[in-house]
Ligand binder design. Structure first.
Ligand SMILES: C[S@@+](CC[C@H](N)C(=O)[O-])C[C@H]1O[C@@H](n2cnc3c(N)ncnc32)[C@H](O)[C@@H]1O
Length: 286
């Protein structure tokens, strides 16, 4: 392991001279309530779909013997904490370019490392698994991160990339067609900032292009049969639209329309929502 400091376990992140967070992700301007709102959103988002994501990791045979797992773009550690609780023997290193955000992951038993996923201060072939969850949709070019993950994986090690695709985000019944244009603004603004909310469809080709083998796509669904409708607020509620009003990309009346429809939806006892996520997996060549 090279780098400034290497990972630390349990306490604050080991910090090196890392560029500030880039791409289309700004934790202070992602949702209503600034950074505190974003920390709550990341937590709620992980609580909603982690059981399905864990099922996929288990199906891939991930167990403590196959560690360590490197979680690149771990953010505040919403998934890191859950991974550590579900697989307590698994060594986990949580990596993020944003040391302030990563500091929130302290105390869960994972090693914390402030680093760019495209330049990991980790030795070749030192990891059993690399996880990137909702990271690649924020970077202009995923290829350097996927290449770096392949370098640190040992032969036969697994990569898991979990993402969304704005065109098949899921379904809501009732559906409010008048919101389609409003949600398109969110995708457009992420694209203008260098991200891609339609990355789900590109995942398997990105992994093959980066030299991974046994590439497969594993969609997963989360519904309000298994969670209260309210738990879908991070995805269906108006919170994520608020920064777009502040930025002048949406009008207040568009925001009010979205808030009204969300209130209708969550008050409807027959409302149904199915949220889709996509985990693409691959194996580092032997
Ligand atoms: C939407 S957040 C997701 C956080 C976490 N994976 C989760 O699911 O809760 C995206 C994270 O990717 C991080 N990130 C973006 N580009 C990165 C890079 N090049 N290297 C490391 N982390 C990066 C951001 O700082 C942010 O914490």
């Amino acid at each position: 392991m090279s780098a400034a400091g290497g990972p630390t376990t349990g306490g604050g992140p080991s910090s090196s001279a890392v560029r500030p967070p880039g791409g289309s992700y700004d934790p202070g301007a992602t949702t209503a309530g600034g950074l505190a709102g974003e920390l709550a959103r990341l937590e709620a988002q992980a609580a909603l779909s982690f059981p399905e994501e864990l099922r996929i990791l288990r199906e891939l045979g991930l167990d403590p013997a196959q560690g360590p797992l490197i979680e690149v773009g771990a953010g505040s550690g919403a998934v890191t904490r859950r991974l550590r609780a579900a697989l307590p023997g698994l060594a986990v290193t949580a990596v993020d370019v944003d040391g302030g955000l990563l500091a929130h992951a302290a105390g869960c038993g994972a090693a914390l490392l402030v680093a760019d996923g495209a330049a990991l201060p980790l030795a070749d072939g030192s990891a059993g698994c690399v996880l990137l969850r909702y990271v690649l949709q924020h970077v202009a070019d995923p290829a350097p991160l996927l290449a770096e993950a392949r370098r640190v994986l040992r032969p036969g090690g697994r990569i898991v990339v979990t993402e969304v695709d704005a065109s098949c985000w899921g379904l809501a019944d009732p559906l409010y067609p008048e919101l389609a244009g409003i949600h398109a603004v969110l995708s457009r603004s992420q694209q203008q900032a260098g991200g891609d909310r339609a990355i789900g469809r590109r995942l398997t080709r990105l992994l093959r292009g980066a030299g991974y083998e046994q590439v497969a796509l594993r969609p997963f669904a989360t519904t309000n049969d298994d969670h209260p409708t309210e738990a879908f607020a991070p995805h269906l509620g108006p919170g994520r639209l608020q920064p777009l009003v502040a930025a002048g990309a949406l009008t207040l009346s568009e925001f009010a329309l979205a808030a009204d429809r969300w209130n209708r939806f969550r008050g409807d006892p027959d409302a149904y929502v199915m949220l889709l996520g996509f985990s693409a997996t691959g194996t580092a060549p032997r």
